[in-house]
Design a protein around this ligand. Structure first.
Ligand SMILES: Nc1ncnc2c1ncn2[C@@H]1O[C@H](COP(=O)(O)OP(=O)(O)OP(=O)(O)O)[C@@H](O)[C@H]1O
Ligand SMILES: O=c1[nH]c(=O)c2[nH+]cn([C@@H]3O[C@H](COP(=O)(O)O)[C@@H](O)[C@H]3O)c2[nH]1
Ligand SMILES: NC(=O)CC[C@H](N)C(=O)O
Ligand SMILES: [Mg+2]
Length: 507
């Protein structure tokens, strides 16, 4: 489908490119990502944004752009970081590579508070992530803003080309969204973004990609795979939705998942594979190894159930992709291999056998899509739960007894959050096992038992997170119940770590 009056974002490889797309959508306009070499396939964009990227413009293999084609679109163009450096070269300026890096906060001081910088403060914080700088500027270049050292951080050429050295798309650039809004106002008649349109496009893409192939869809009862299964169901393709009970789910979760799918009228098959998972995980303590075993076993179980299906559908979202550094040629660092990114899946992906329609979206967008598909809010607003389940909430080796402790403690904690009206105020909460035994006294007798950790965080997109200042009352009641009702535990701790440097899960 040829796009018209959309915002075309050209991806030069930045960590944040997808965030630009997301911010544009948040501002109410339709945005789409393209590779710079696909410049001729942009359709009729209403505005173009050139993203940042890890390369230096001077590198032999630096990505380039055909300026004549770019100019011919006749629409406003915004270069971000690498994008601005590239534009400066195109307008006859120079870019100087440097070993000096500038990461983190700086001050934005607009020269004039009009155009790109309309409605901005005299000074505001912006976020930097670069080492090269624009050096010589050609005669037609206007400096639109400087930082606190008088270095240009925004340039303009004529009335259509703009550059900014900082990243407006990250929340640490405090007025970044306003800069993007201003830029988009320079464009005329941009196509509005509506979740309904996204739904329509996703359905069309799914039907075209799948045809009459057999699809096996992994469903966990979580937000992402539920939205995916409902979407695939609506697309009317040949699908079998399979829920694998690996024994690492929360208390009574299997029953709840089946009930939810019944409510939605989407048939699912449950496979109880817990024996197999516990057997293969026996004695394994290393987190990446655990994830690899679990991710690969999922595939074994799917394949065993349906024979060699032609396509595997997963509810992978963008943070899974970027944290696992799993995109081909990714320069991102690997934090952890999410279970849906183990080697076996990457291999299937290379063979064109993986269907991940949600892989460019963030959680809150998937939730909105879910609502527009008619999924009940209590399902769409469930806290995320990792595919490897309680295995990553039990540092070190995992066995049935440890899982039982986490299930019971988690059930109490989540129950208390619901009782006090806090479940929907936190983004994700859970109990984990801290595999350390400490001494206590129970009924006048010495106890030597495990500790349980409680974690509750708020986050927008799982990329960063803060711990929640829960009322003491909830912590007190939860701890009391766990210490009394969960055998094998004599200590409860509350996790007060932000991400970064901690991650949301313990492994
Ligand atoms: N127990 C499971 N059985 C079958 N497939 C699973 C299971 N757990 C995870 N998956 C697959 O892996 C994908 C990624 O898991 P992930 O936990 O990120 O998403 P989710 O469970 O759908 O949503 P949420 O993030 O809300 O938990 C799922 O969308 C699903 O396709
Ligand atoms: O499907 C998943 N497979 C995984 O292997 C995995 N690891 C973490 N998570 C979830 O991702 C979000 C970010 O988690 P971390 O801060 O722990 O990386 C949080 O919401 C985590 O629950 C996973 N989800
Ligand atoms: N974030 C970026 O786009 C960085 C651009 C270029 N790699 C630099 O270091 O300056
Ligand atoms: Mg999940």
């Amino acid at each position: 489908m040829e796009e018209v009056n959309h915002v075309a974002v050209l991806d030069f490889g930045s960590q944040y490119t997808q965030l630009i797309v997301r911010r544009v959508r948040e501002l109410g306009y339709f945005a789409k990502l393209y590779r710079p070499e696909d410049l001729s396939r942009l359709g009729e964009p209403g505005a173009i944004i050139l993203s940042g990227g890890p390369k230096s413009t001077a590198d032999a293999d630096a990505p380039d752009i055909d300026f004549a084609t770019l100019d011919n679109f006749g629409v406003p163009v915004l270069g971000v970081c690498y994008g601005m450096q590239l534009l400066n070269l195109k307008f006859g300026g120079t870019v100087e590579p440097s070993d000096r890096r500038e990461y983190g906060p700086a001050q934005l001081i607009p020269t004039e508070k009009t155009g790109l910088f309309a409605n901005l403060s005299e000074r505001s914080q912006i976020w930097m992530s670069h080492s090269d700088t624009v050096k010589n500027l050609s005669g037609e270049t206007k400096v639109l803003a400087e930082n606190q050292h008088g270095t240009p951080v925004s340039l303009g050429w004529g009335d259509r080309f703009y550059g900014i050295q900082f990243h407006p798309e990250v929340t640490h650039s405090h007025e970044g969204t306003q800069v993007l809004r201003n830029f988009l106002h320079l464009a005329k008649g941009l196509t509005e973004f509506r979740i309904e349109d996204m739904k329509r496009d996703l359905l069309a893409e799914i039907r075209e990609r799948v045809g009459d192939k057999q699809v096996v869809c992994g469903v966990s009862g979580g937000v992402d795979s539920t939205v995916l299964a409902v979407l695939l169901n609506e697309a009317g393709i040949n699908m079998r939705a399979i829920f694998v009970d690996h024994g690492l789910m929360r208390k009574d979760e299997g029953v709840e998942v089946r009930k939810n799918f019944e409510r939605m009228g989407v048939p699912i098959e449950t496979i109880d594979a817990s024996e197999l998972f516990f057997e293969r995980l026996e004695g394994v303590a290393e987190p990446e190894k655990k994830r690899e075993i679990i991710g690969n076993l999922f595939i074994d179980v799917f394949w065993e159930a349906v024979g060699n299906a032609e396509l595997l559908a997963q509810g992978t979202l963008y943070p899974d992709v970027i944290e696992s550094a799993s995109n081909e040629g990714s320069k991102a660092s690997k934090i952890k291999t999410h279970h849906n990114r183990v080697d076996r899946i990457l291999e299937l992906q290379r063979q064109g056998k993986v269907l991940e329609p949600l892989a460019e979206l963030f959680k809150d967008e998937v939730r909105e899509l879910g609502i527009s598909l008619g999924i009940q809010p209590d399902i769409v607003n469930r806290h995320p739960f990792p595919g490897p389940g309680l295995a990553v909430r039990c540092p070190g080796v995992v066995d049935r007894e440890r899982v039982r402790i986490i299930q019971d403690a988690d059930d109490i904690f989540i129950g208390k959050l619901r009782e006090h009206g806090w479940y929907d105020k936190v983004w994700q909460a859970y109990a984990c096992l801290i595999p350390v035994k400490t001494v206590g006294v129970k009924g006048d007798e010495r106890s030597y038992e495990w500790a349980v950790g409680l974690r509750a965080v708020i986050s927008e997109d799982a990329m960063t997170a803060d711990w929640v200042e829960l009322p003491y009352e909830i912590l007190r009641e939860t701890s009391h119940r766990i210490l009394n009702d969960v055998p094998g535990v004599n200590r409860v701790l509350y996790d007060v770590s932000t991400k970064p440097p901690a991650s949301i899960e313990w492994e």
